[in-house]
Design a protein around this ligand. Structure first.
Ligand code: NAP
Length: 258
């Protein structure tokens, strides 16, 4: 399917690996020029090099921590953008009784206030040109809490509330904002979580992965490329009537009717 967005320009945050990279690749496959971001320079440059070769699009890299004001300023200096994909690392797991005010502020900064600041920066340009697409990578935890990820549950719930209202305020200007909610995907983050189970229970990595995969009706982890393809569709011309939605990509793991 022609997504109708060739020649557009996208900022894809936290995109040298994992789900962000999946989104960057799928947008590049649709002919979109990219600004890619991550903190580590080597993986970012390698990913950008691969994408330029494979898809013949322009790729600019900005190594910066997107959760800092200076990092966001460096990335936003590469604008204007037609498409924004927000993403950053998730907060660490823990216990509800242990988190301090500082822990909450850090999680809110990374997973709520950063995507909000990025939207506030790019939405005026999108509104002025009468077209724009924003996709926020959040988590299945906004629909179904993951108890040990209370910092993530809290911060992402705040972002979800902001998007719910704001998406309706900008939809009439040709700009859509939606959230993509990943369940378990085969990325470094998932491997790190499986590694912790291997260590705690003395089982093999294969056992840890197959135990977790068995909790997913699809019987497997999701892939960054299928996640990216959904992101690219939400950024396409065809998705202009999809507004303020929370799209669950979890292989059926969240047991809800609606
Ligand atoms: P990942 O494989 O660990 O990749 C994270 C990417 O983000 C890397 O390119 C990393 O590069 C970059 N990054 C991290 N923090 C950054 C920062 N502060 N500034 C700029 N770049 C940053 O993670 P993932 O699995 O793709 O997860 C992406 C998001 O989805 C996370 O918020 C995660 O919590 C959420 N999520 C993932 C899953 C899953 O199963 N994978 C499930 C639910 C939710 P550098 O380290 O070099 O900066």
């Amino acid at each position: 399917m022609d997504l109708g967005i060739a020649g557009k320009r996208a900022l894809v945050c936290a995109s040298s690996k994992g789900l962000g990279r999946g989104c960057a690749e799928a947008l590049a496959d649709a002919g979109v020029d990219l600004v890619m971001n991550a903190r580590g320079t080597d993986a970012l440059e390698a990913a950008a090099h691969d994408i330029r070769l494979r898809y013949q699009v322009n790729v600019t890299t900005v190594s910066a921590d997107i959760t800092t004001e200076s990092g966001r300023a460096a990335v936003l200096a590469q604008g204007p953008f037609d498409i924004l994909v927000t993403n950053a690392g998730g907060p660490p797991p823990g216990m509800w009784s242990d988190w301090s005010r500082e822990d909450f502020i850090k999680a809110l900064d990374a997973n709520m206030l950063t995507p909000i600041a990025l939207m506030q920066a790019v939405l005026p340009g999108m509104i002025a040109q009468g077209w724009g697409r924003v996709v926020n990578i959040t988590s299945v935890s906004v629909k179904s809490p993951i108890a040990v990820l209370g910092l993530s549950n809290s911060a992402r719930a705040g972002l979800t509330g902001f998007v719910a209202g704001t998406a309706r305020q900008v939809a009439g200007k040709g700009v859509t904002i939606n959230n993509l909610l990943p369940g378990i995907h085969a990325t470094d983050r998932a491997i790190a979580l499986d590694g912790a189970v291997v260590k705690a229970r003395g089982i093999s990595m294969e056992e840890a992965i197959s135990e977790r995969a068995a909790t997913i009706p699809a019987g497997r982890y999701g892939t960054p490329s299928e996640f990216g393809a959904t992101c690219a569709f939400l950024c396409s011309q065809h998705a202009g009537f999809i507004v303020g939605q929370n799209v669950l990509l979890d292989g059926g793991a969240t047991n809800t009717t609606l």
